[in-house]
Design a protein around this ligand. Sequence first.
Ligand SMILES: Nc1ncnc2c1ncn2[C@@H]1O[C@H](COP(=O)(O)OP(=O)(O)OP(=O)(O)O)[C@@H](O)[C@H]1O
Length: 239
Amino acid sequence: MITFKQLNKTYKKNHVLKNIDLEMAGSGVVALLGPNGSGKTTMLKCFLGMVLPESGDIIFDGQSILGKYEYRSKVSYLPQIARFPDNLSARELISLMKEIKPGTTREARFIEVFNREKELDKKMSSLSGGTRQKVNIILALMHDDPLIILDEPSTGLDPLSLQELKKFIREEKENGKLVIITTHILSLAEDLADEVLFLLEGNIYFNGPLQQLLNDQHGSSLEMAIAQILRTNKEIAHA
Ligand SMILES: Nc1ncnc2c1ncn2[C@@H]1O[C@H](COP(=O)(O)OP(=O)(O)OP(=O)(O)O)[C@@H](O)[C@H]1O
């Protein structure tokens, strides 16, 4: 479903993505992992057209997407840092999103499981960090798209809400969707991921099934396996 071909992205002198070659299947959960600054968000932003790579190509559903935008109507995206107009309420933002992108929506489910009905009419500026993240999730996931990209979805979520989010992600996987998640919460990745993509300094260090990563690193958990990779590559990881 998604192919990266020899993709390079540099910010001034910082070569963030280095000849990324990659194929992702059309369904399942992919955990995009790596230390801070390894290029995870940049990779997602290249795919979404929010950042322009210097060279290489990205193919989605058989077509190059660089410089194009129509494909985004098939993508639900949860940004790592969401910026909302502070004077609007969540209800107004939800209506706005529905106008921008028509179609069946399922915000009611999230409003109920996150128990946020009573806060829908408050201005965004007056909401707690966790509630803002819940609104961020509602806005990102209310449309029924075949591709879901979640950049650090668990930030600020309480355990019950995180459980609901995990349940939703599992259901979407069962529905045949592709879900890409970046997270530093390795238990979340371990709970959900079929495949792991591990970036280290802009290179793909590992791309394969979760179980293979555990076997390769002789780790009993994803946390141990990742810690082992980082210990082995200490100089790269902290360069
Ligand atoms: N808009 C930008 N301008 C300049 N440099 C940037 C920009 N965005 C990211 N970078 C740099 O690119 C590198 C990769 O950043 P990126 O946000 O992709 O990493 P990440 O793996 O998502 O990190 P984290 O786990 O901390 O979210 C970092 O060195 C970062 O400082």
